[in-house]
Design a protein around this ligand. Structure first.
Ligand code: IMP
Length: 497
């Protein structure tokens, strides 16, 4: 007979945190949310720590280079989706690694032979009023001049006049040398009262522009997550099939950490993948998962995983539980795996971070997951709602929404994630195609979410995540106490109008 586990498997919604003593040091600005991303030995530091305990899901509809740049700027990490060709994925990784805050690759470019009409048309099309004039009209061609709104009067000037006759030529431009820092570039901008500074290399080829208007923007990212070369940190999803080709290409592109993406990670395929990667280069950091119990965690820990992801069937777009009958309530899974991680640490001196993946609905669920022992959280729905996610923003029934589809849906066709070995492809769907309410900019939403987490931590009397795990008290709630938790027995005023 099968082993029957008596304990009910529970979700975050069934718990609350009990406040602890708040002392004077417990203010939100004293709270740090730094967390280990990968394993470390007792007394040592992890190779990567995140400044906020959030990573974005390995999904087509969530994590591309745009999301990765935005999230790393805020202190988290995106795992760029693996359900695309190796070349496309490596290109996205490179884009993140080449991104330099404040250094913008020129989006609008023409040659000296173009006309004023071309300049006006380009401005209309791209919205950019600073046009790089290069010998071949490409973003990285030899810089010959710059055209801005100050160089022409659309109402008066002849639309057929050549760019070379009204551009500011290179001899009259102040330029920065490739390799200067952002603060050096900003100093040149301030000293010379410029609006933009072209950055050129030794061959005179245009590399970037630095804009005065971006100055405030780049002072505002104190949490930015950077590698040793001051590049943004980025992760990538991989599968248990083509890792021998994919991983070297991603490493070559500069990826900081990879993660095997599977709906069921307790498998010999994951062990083989980790072993292969560590043999290829022991410095490549690799997360594995997903698992929902002690055994699954220990298996991947012993196989050499640098972190382990927890969660089967709890994702908002996930129908794995309905389709296959496998899974476990996310809170229960997390609590058991966190215990296993702590025991493993006691026994081996190796701390293997765990990531709670999927099922976060309310912001307070994040604090609960962290208090239950998650080192960091992977979220899909949360990030899919923002401007920075790769999907379309649409108007549906009068409300703005963004598209969000599961990796197990027909739309994503990510059969490797649901692969059970053998040669069968995707036979049935494990995810749905959906919309999520559009929520605006990642930065603005994150500020609110992090504010809530910090405030809850202060209520618990803690200012770091280790203390949150060790000191917080969590209680189960009854269904009637959930009703008590909302506004009740009052007529709530409609404050929308
Ligand atoms: P969410 O944050 O609740 O939206 O869950 C996102 C998580 O769901 C991802 O990080 C994946 O682990 C998981 N996931 C992604 N696509 C699918 C799918 O199609 N079926 C089941 N789970 C999925």
């Amino acid at each position: 007979m099968a082993t029957i586990i008596d304990e009910v498997s529970r979700t975050f919604n069934e718990f609350l945190i009990i406040p602890g003593l708040t002392t004077k040091e417990c203010t939100p600005d004293n709270v740090t949310l730094k967390a280990p991303l990968v394993k470390y030995k007792k007394g040592q530091q992890p190779k990567i720590s995140v400044n906020i305990p959030f990573v974005s899901s390995i999904m087509q509809s969530v994590s591309d280079s745009g999301m990765a740049i935005a999230l790393a700027k805020e202190g988290g990490v995106s795992f760029i989706f693996g359900s695309q060709t190796i070349e496309e994925q490596a290109k996205m990784i490179k884009k993140v690694k080449q991104y330099k805050a404040g250094f913008v690759v020129s989006h609008a470019n023409l040659t000296p032979e173009n006309t004023l009409a071309d300049v006006i048309a380009l401005k209309l099309k791209t919205g950019f009023s600073t046009v790089g004039i290069t010998h071949d009209g490409t973003p990285n061609g030899r810089l010959l001049g710059v055209v801005t709104g100050r160089d022409y009067r659309p109402s008066r000037d002849n639309k057929q006049s050549k760019v070379k006759d009204f551009m500011t030529p290179i001899e009259k431009l102040t330029v920065g040398k490739h390799g200067i820092s952002l603060s050096e570039a900003n100093n040149i901008i301030w000293e010379n009262k410029l609006n933009s500074l072209p950055i050129i290399d030794d061959n005179g080829e245009l590399q970037y522009f630095v804009f005065r208007k971006d100055y405030e923007n780049h002072k505002e990212n104190p949490n930015e997550l950077l590698d040793d070369h001051k590049r943004l940190v980025v992760g990538a999803g991989i599968n248990t099939r083509d890792y021998a080709e994919r991983v070297p290409a991603l490493v070559e592109a500069g990826v900081d950490v990879v993660c095997i993406d599977s709906s069921d990670g307790f498998s010999v395929w994951q062990k083989e993948t980790i072993e292969y990667i560590k043999n290829y280069d022991k410095n490549v950091l690799v997360g594995a998962g997903n698992v929902v119990d002690r055994e699954g965690f220990l298996y991947l820990a012993k196989a050499g995983a640098d972190f382990v992801k927890v969660g089967v069937g709890g994702g908002s777009i996930c129908i794995t539980r309905e389709q296959k009958g496998i899974g476990r309530g996310q809170a229960t899974a997390l609590i058991e795996v966190a215990k296993a991680r702590d025991e493993y640490y006691e026994k081996t001196g190796e701390y293997i971070p765990i990531c709670s993946d999927g099922g976060i609905v309310q912001d307070y669920h994040m604090t609960l997951a962290l208090a239950m022992g998650a080192d960091f959280l992977m979220m899909g729905r949360y990030f899919a709602r923002f401007d920075e996610s790769p999907t379309r923003k649409m108007l549906v029934n009068g409300n703005y929404v963004k598209e969000y589809w599961g990796e197990g849906s027909n739309r994503a066709r990510n059969w490797q994630r649901y692969d059970s070995g053998g040669s069968e492809g995707l036979k049935f769907e494990e995810g749905v195609d959906s919309y999520v309410p559009y929520a605006g900019k990642l930065k603005d939403n994150l500020a609110i979410t992090l504010g809530k987490i910090k405030s809850t931590m202060c209520s618990c009397g803690v200012i770091n995540l280790t203390d949150l795990i060790n000191k917080s008290k969590i209680t189960l709630v009854s269904s009637t106490s959930i009703i008590e938790g909302g506004a009740h027995d009052v007529i709530v005023k409609d404050t929308k109008n």
